[in-house]
Design a protein around this ligand. Sequence first.
Ligand SMILES: [Zn+2]
Length: 383
Amino acid sequence: MTERLYYHDSYLREFRARVVDRSGAKLYLDRTAFYPTSGGQPHDVGTINGTAVIDVIDEGERIAHQLAASTESEEAACRIDWPRRIDHMQQHSGQHLLSAVFIEQFGIETCSFHLGEEISTLDLETPSIDLEKVMAAERRANEAVAENRPILVTYESAEAAADLRKPSDRDGTLRIVSIQGLDRIACGGTHVRLTGEIGPILIRRLEKVRNTTRIEFLCGGRAVQRARADYNALTRIAQTFSTSVDETPQVAATQFQAVREGDRLRRKLEGDLARYQGRELYEATAPDAKGIRRAIRRLPKGTLDDLRALAQSFTTQPKAVFIGIIEQPPSLLLVASPDSGIDAGKTLQPLLAQAGGRGGGNARMAQGSAPMIAPILELLLKD
Ligand SMILES: [Zn+2]
């Protein structure tokens, strides 16, 4: 059975131990301060005799240390990667504090916790929560940080342990982590000694997950780094709008409206222009022997949508047929006025199929794509 040194001293970062068992690059020690992945907190990394510890696994009685390479020594000189560990301690203690505050302020329980690489989450036992409440909880949690309350670890029997935030399903002796005057809960994680060490607490995204609300939060150094990145991003956006960070939401909303209005106007003008161009093209196109006016328009690239308005406008005139061609990617549009005697769909569809392409449409308008457009056009112009 591995003695868990981190239970009694979460600040122990260097220790010596005896190797009691090994299996390949997996090492078992008589005692360890390496925290194994459990209770929402990821494992520690560090070194044993200078070899990297890449995973720490809780196997119940024993803790396995997965090394990057196998070692021979019977003695183990161990070192925990401290920046990673203290970061985990800040996030984990911060989570206890936030969970306690959500109960204290609003009676909302926490049902799960995940400590991530960049961001941590806790799931609140509620399908929704007002942003005001979340902001109030964040404020209250930061007050409790400034109050610098002691965070204590005690061992109590499961039957006698009272006032726990959440009843424990374990029996025997419980390891209870308490934030003085705020919280008591059974937990095996590593925690800071004082709430002040948690540092600033920042809540970010809220997300509904089934019947719970997932809250993203960051504590300590992570919160400062994130706030810095947010500020830098906001500053760049504000510079784009030539305004201050605080004015940006209003200025961005106004500009967005203006762009939408401009877009609407552009579409209207494009329609107007297409109508004029269609009429002009019609007048400039001589009718053939059957009195049909046939216009062809080619664009080197783009989509058939770029020709549709002109095609429609042209074929609102009597006895008119419009052929639109996009060279890249090869595609073709055929639009015919109702009195032209041409069924666009029935005419184009078989030609496309013959040329190894695909497409179709109705009597008035048809379109499609094919590897080669020239042969289709040739056939179309034949009759
Ligand atoms: Zn915990």
